[in-house]
Design a protein around this ligand. Structure first.
Ligand code: GLA
Length: 636
């Protein structure tokens, strides 16, 4: 059994093992299920939008600041555009009451929470937000203690009292706290941090100096091997179950905040509405790149109801302030293309028009909120520049050209990047300036330093009667990506750590994800290629994998499949099987590295769930086999 496997995958493997006991050390294979295994819990059908107190105020938050932001969301028209969640981050709590474990609010900064008997309640606060047409979010931690208790020790708003009273996190109080926050206080959104699982080792200086009750870390930020991903997932799953129980109407958002650790990129989609993919953003270009990179190659793991979260927007500060509007627009455009939650964190009581115009760009909000939930795919990749393409529900594309560097950059945009016909005119509309451009085949842009150009696109689709799977990540559930041991993703920009500086030997990859399923490239970021033939479109994945695809009215599935030329395991054979609602509809014979690609075609008319299974005779401790579903597509 592989320690990395999520709870759901382990159940699937157990079923497979019960049916088939494999010889010696052959790997347990995933099995097609005929039912959608992706989570449908929670209310985040599109990425959550709103305001969060953290980047703007850290723990120096108070009721006037939050209500000021809420009023501004309404008055400035941002709420009307979708910014409805008003999320109170760290700093709101005073203590956990000893007598009954009830959380008590710091009424000095939230005066409306005071009650005559000192019990305190946020009900008045959430009622006011609700009466303004807004929704209310709250912050907690999955361990004993919260992040401010480790990183904001100077704060006037730290929990007070005995060690027990200062245990404000969910640990040991999951149902009690969730019921209080949702049923009694009326919140709609919960952000659940994880410092309590990472920073409060019983013998640490932090715990000793501050008299905390320690918790043996389950997350080691510097070591994936020393992180107990299964335990961390189990804790978040317990919170998810309590949230579901406290919200029978399913109207809640569960924001997992464990900063891309504990292999959350694999299980986050099954547990939460969103999951942080990286450490905290700072108002710095390099930090924005780092956080963006942590999410940009995870498109197949997100979709309606579950989103990669590269963190709160930092528009309005530092490299993204009113003197850096090019950078601020890039930051916003990229978050829109990633289907990231759009959470403003700025003192909105005094927001300049130039920033309101960025948050308020209705065209980009529509891109982010498109109901298909297809996160943008990387159509051109390099350290200097990228081209991202997102397919909207109506089939139209949006393209973003991103200059990561501090120098001007020339970018060629090709019809093929857009999966549009090379010989038909393509019309672009700039989503910032609204200017139009028409070209055929190819055009060139010169981008200013740090600039992102973004366009809506009209043109003739390459595939007139269908869609490539890599265009529709929103309907794909990666039930099992075949990754056995999570590996750190080396492609995330390695910034100088904003907190540690250069006080170490270097900046290291931090987030598991390398080897995950990819659109239009292999799991290790190579071009898709079988038998020397390159495929511009397709899905790259490892052997022993199961992808589920929702079929919205197509009649045929087609692909050209085989072991990818880039595989390092060149010995093992793999079979590709297609199921439609649990029924086997196509299967290849075993294929090895060097074998010619095989066309595969299946009748899927009337079927709702298509499953793409790759099985192999791989054995434990071997490199996985890299496989390619070339030009995988659904056709009328
Ligand atoms: C962590 C989170 C931040 C914020 C702070 C609060 O660092 O990642 O987003 O919530 O804690 O202390």
């Amino acid at each position: 059994m592989h320690p990395k496997n999520s709870l759901k995958t382990r159940l699937m493997i157990a079923c497979a093992l019960a049916a088939f006991v494999s010889p010696l050390s052959a790997l347990a294979e995933p099995v097609a299920r005929g039912v959608w295994l992706g989570s449908t819990d929670g209310a985040a059908k599109t990425p959550p939008m709103g305001w969060n107190s953290w980047n703007a105020f850290r723990t120096e938050v108070d009721e006037a600041k939050v209500m000021g932001a809420a009023q501004a969301l309404v008055d400035d028209g941002l709420a009307r555009k979708g910014y409805i969640y008003v999320n109170l981050d760290d700093g709101w709590w005073q203590k956990r009451r000893v007598t009954d474990g009830r959380m008590i609010i710091r009424t000095r900064i939230f005066p409306s929470a005071a009650t005559p008997d000192g019990t305190t309640s946020f009900r008045g606060f959430t009622d006011r937000l609700h009466s303004m047409g807004l929704k209310a979010g709250l912050y907690t931690d999955v361990g004993h203690n919260a992040c401010s208790q480790a990183y904001d020790l100077h704060s006037p708003n730290l929990p007070e009292g005995t060690a027990g009273e200062r245990q404000v996190g969910l640990d040991g109080h999951v149902s009690q706290d969730i019921n209080l926050y949702f049923r009694e206080w009326g919140f709609d959104y919960l952000k659940v941090d994880a410092c309590g699982l990472a920073d409060f080792a019983p013998d640490s200086k932090l715990v000793k100096d501050n008299g905390y009750i320690g918790l043996t870390p389950e997350i080691d930020r510097a070591s994936l091997n020393r992180t107990d991903s299964v335990k961390v997932e189990r804790r978040y799953a317990e919170v998810a179950a309590a949230l579901k129980q406290a919200n029978p109407d399913n109207d809640y958002v569960f924001s997992i905040c464990n900063w891309g650790m504990a292999n959350v990129r694999e299980w986050g989609k099954e547990v939460g509405s969103s999951w942080r993919t990286s450490s905290d953003i700072t108002p710095n270009w390099s930090s924005m790149l780092h956080n963006y990179d942590s999410a940009v190659k995870r498109a197949l793991y997100a979709g309606p109801g579950h989103w990669n979260d590269p963190d709160i927007l930092f528009i309005g500060a530092g490299d993204f302030d009113t003197d850096h509007l090019t950078e601020a627009r890039s930051h916003f455009t990229l978050w829109a293309m990633l289907n990231a939650p759009l959470l403003i964190s700025y003192d909105l009581r005094k927001a300049p028009q130039s920033l309101l115009d960025i948050w308020g760009n209705a065209d980009l909000i529509a891109v982010n909120q498109d109901p298909a939930g297809n996160q943008a795919i990387v159509a051109y990749d390099s350290d200097d520049a990228q081209i991202l393409v997102k397919t909207l529900a109506d089939g139209h594309k949006v393209v973003a050209l991103f200059n990561r560097t501090a120098s001007p950059a020339k970018l060629n945009l090709l019809a093929s990047h857009l999966k549009l016909k090379n010989d038909a005119p393509i019309q672009l509309t700039d989503l910032w300036s609204k200017a139009g451009i028409t070209f055929t085949g190819e055009t060139e842009f010169e981008l200013a330093p740090h600039e992102t150009r973004v366009f809506s696109v009209q043109g003739a689709r390459e595939l007139a009667d269908g869609v490539y799977l890599s265009e529709i990540p929103g309907v794909i559930n990666v039930a099992d990506d075949g990754v056995r041991e999570p590996q750190l993703d080396p492609t995330v920009h390695r910034m100088i750590d904003p907190w540690a500086g250069t006080r170490s030997g270097g900046s290291r990859p931090q987030y598991a994800g390398w080897g995950g399923a990819q659109a239009d490239m292999t799991p290790y970021a190579q071009a898709l290629q079988i038998g020397g033939h390159t495929y511009d479109s397709g899905i790259g994945v490892l052997g022993n994998s199961l992808l589920q695809v929702k079929n919205e009215g197509y009649a045929t599935f087609r692909a050209t499949v085989g072991v990818d030329d880039s595989t390092s395991n060149r010995d093992r054979a793999v079979s590709f099987t297609v199921y439609a609602d649990g029924k086997l509809v196509a299967k290849t014979p075993p294929l090895k590295f060097g074998d010619a690609a095989r066309d595969i075609s299946a009748d899927i008319a009337g079927h709702k769930i298509i499953e793409l299974l790759v099985t192999d005779d791989n054995v434990a401790n071997e490199q996985p086999v890299v496989v390619t579903w070339g030009e995988a597509r659904l056709q009328k």
